[in-house]
Write a protein that binds this ligand. Sequence first.
Ligand code: SF4
Length: 196
Amino acid sequence: MSEYIQPITLEEVAKECRSCKKCPLYLTRTKVVPGEGKAKLKVMLIGEAPGEEEDLKGRPFVGKAGQLLTKILQSVDIKREEVFITNMVKCRPPGNRNPSKSEIETCFPYLETQIAIINPKIIVTLGNVPTQYLLDTTTEGISKLRGRWFDWLGEIKIFPMFHPSYLLRNEGTFPGSPKELTWKDIKTLKRTIVNL
Ligand code: SF4
């Protein structure tokens, strides 16, 4: 595990993130967004990076995409408080660009420590960035990987889904549309959580 494994509570990890200057994203952030949720939850949701609204508020998934994520969870009766929500990097990349590989690698020990504390059964990766990084692939994208289960570090299952911001850009509902597939995926996730 990482050099940051020393902090033993989520709040201690968050405190370290808030004063972090380890990658250039600290230069342009307003607030650090360490993540939200309690320890010992069964499910973690991991997106790519905070957006504008998140950067202003210091909370993950509170902008339009976040509101859609909340609705998607609520559609199968999962409350936000029942999952830990965070991102691959804790500071907003300028202009909402994807975080670079080096930024992700620099920030990863924080996420790794959060995962060690929470010890989830399932990690839902939202979109290409967390999915490809955690599954260590550059050749397969989210369209191929979503809705499938992957073993990770022996005990954790990874379940990739589309990022809600992608759904906002692709709103049509027709057989095979991102929205329809996400509806299918969230129902699969719910069925699995119920049986954990
Ligand atoms: S993104 Fe992560 S590594 Fe970079 S400054 Fe923020 S907390 Fe530190």
